[in-house]
Every structure is written in C-alpha cells, then in structure tokens.
Design a protein around this ligand. Structure first.
Ligand code: PBG
Length: 310
C-alpha cells in the first residue's frame, strides 16, 4: 500500500537481441551466459517466446559476416538487420522492433563512425547513420535508436526519415551514453572493441551529470522522441535528473556488464540472482525510467507469468 514504486511491468521492458548471418542455431556469448548470437530462425523463435511471455518490444543488434573500414554492410538493404526485421514482421507482426543505429558492429576498427587520420569524423558519419536508419525503416523497423553519440545525428536521421516518407518512425536517442567499462561483454558479443584508442572523444565522461542535460537538450531540439541514459545502475542520478528536467519518455539501458555482474555473482552463489535482478530493475524504475532495456527481460517476464499464475 505504501510502496512508492512498483516493479516495472513487462510492457516497460525492452529485450536486446543479437543476430548473425549464421544459417541456423544460436551460440551462447561467453561473457553473457544465457544470451546468444542468434541466427534468423533462432531469433524469430526467441521473439515469439518473448511475445508469448508478454514482452512487447525488442532491440536488434546486427553482426555482419564481413566488416570493412567503412562499415558498408550496415547500409545493405538485404543486410542482416533488414532481413531479421522482415523475418520478425512475417512471424511475430505484433512485436515492436527497435533497431540500434551505429556502425561499430560493422567496421574493422570498431569505432562508431568513419575514421580518417586516426580520428572519428563526426560530420562525415552523419550521412552514413542517416542512410542506415532509412534502410531499417524501409525494412519495417518500428523505431530507430542511434547509439553512436555523434553530434547532430538525431537531426540528420530525422530529416532523412522524413524525406523518405518515414515521418511516422520515431527516434529513441542514446542521448546520455557514457564511456563506460560496463560495455565490455557487449563488445565481446559484437566483436566491436575499438582496435585503437577509445570512445572517449564521443561518449560522455562518467564524472559528468550536467553535461547529460546538454546532450539531451540537443537531441530533443533535433527531434528525439525518447531519450536514453546508459548504463543504468551506476547512473541512477542521471536518470533522475533527466526525468526531472525533460518531458520526454526516458529509457535506461541495463547494459551487458551490469548483466554479467549479477549473473556471475548469482552463479557463484554470492548473491540471490533473482532478487538482485528485481532490486536493480525496481531501482532503475524508482530513478524515473519509463522503459528499461535489459537482457533479463525474458526471464523476468517468465517469472512474472509463473507468479501471477497465468
Ligand atoms: C554501440 C553500442 C554499444 C552498446 C550498445 N550499442 C557498445 C559501445 O558503445 O561500445 C552496449 C550495450 C551493452 O553493453 O549492453 N553500437
């Protein structure tokens, strides 16, 4: 009766999924036990199960067969993500499909933009991202989520979508994305660790909270429909600050390293895993997140289903 916050209901959870060019099957990700690199058939099965458990949104990360310096595979209309979207559309049409828009999974150097003379070229990257978002929208994505952190990309993507007739496709901007060590397992999964340097020239300094206001404000005027704070648990103050200051829906991403920590400690018997999952999600919700991207989405939904007896 007096609880100020309820645990996030399943419709507020977004389930991140990795899809590869493999023909069939799924391969477990070493640093993310319980998460897989899916082939398209296995992805579709996973999405179907997730839907049947009550989940209503997924976010897709594509892992192409070949990478190059420019991340060309990211713009292929028959690339891995467009094909995955079409397959989900055909089999589980009700699922809301979000796509991650960023080239790091597609480039040999692993950076989130075009690299020249050892530097990521912000403005040259914008046209690539805009084109990538358009390819996803054309394949049937319900929403695009740029995670690259280039300045000006929300505006560039909004214009490109509008010009191509996708003015109804919303943008979830990774607005306050920190240069965090908690992405390591994801980079392992996507083989996207930067081959030189780091991402500190485009991702945010973990020491800064006020800078998040500036990042969100810019994305907002450029046309973001929702904004994200990432990672989640180490940045609850940022989630709360963004929620208090802006009237857009706020998403929080409980990232791969947060998942790996809870999983590992749970497996070692050092904490109660289910309780740790629930407490972390409740805390992220308490901080103000409207949506939570979490690799635990499916198991939380399953547990919820079991406990409610439906
Ligand atoms: C970039 C991207 C990353 C994540 C989501 N999108 C990795 C990075 O910035 O290095 C990380 C997600 C996670 O750790 O779960 N395309």
């Amino acid at each position: 009766m007096v609880a100020e916050t309820d645990p996030p209901p399943v419709h507020r959870l977004v389930y991140p999924l990795f899809v590869t060019e493999e023909i069939s099957g799924a391969v477990e990700i070493g640093s993310m036990p319980g998460q897989y690199r899916h082939s398209i058939p296995s992805l579709v099965r996973e999405v179907r199960e997730a839907f049947d458990l009550g989940l209503r949104a997924v976010i897709l990360f594509g892992l192409p067969k070949t990478k190059d310096d420019e991340g060309t595979a990211a713009l292929d209309p028959d690339g891995i993500v467009p094909r995955a979207i079409r397959a989900i559309r055909a089999e589980v049409p009700e699922m809301f499909v979000i796509t991650d828009v960023c080239v790091d999974e597609y480039t040999t150097h692993g950076h989130c933009g075009r690299v020249r003379d050892g530097h990521v070229q912000n403005d040259e990257t914008l046209t690539i991202l805009a084109q990538m978002a358009r390819v996803h929208a054309r394949a049937g994505a319900d929403m695009v989520a740029p995670s690259d952190m280039m300045d000006g990309r929300v505006g560039a993507i909004r214009r490109a979508l509008d010009d191509a007739g996708y003015d109804q496709t919303p943008i979830l901007s990774y607005a306050a994305k920190y240069a965090s060590c908690f992405y390591a397992p994801f980079r392992d999964a996507a083989q996207s660790a930067p081959q030189f340097g780091d991402r500190k020239s485009y991702q945010m300094d973990p020491a800064n909270r006020r800078e998040a206001h500036r990042e969100v404000a810019l994305d907002r005027v450029e046309g973001a429909d929702m904004v994200m704070v990432k990672p989640a648990l180490p940045y609850l103050d940022v989630i709360a600050a963004v929620k208090g200051r802006f009237d857009l829906p706020v998403a929080a991403y409980q990232v791969s390293g947060e998942y790996a920590m809870i999983r590992a400690a749970g497996r070692l018997g050092w904490i109660d895993e289910a309780q740790a999952i629930d407490e972390s999600l409740l805390s992220i919700r308490r901080a103000g997140a409207d949506l939570i991207l979490t690799y635990f989405a499916k198991e939380v939904a399953r547990r919820f289903r079991l406990s409610s007896g439906t």
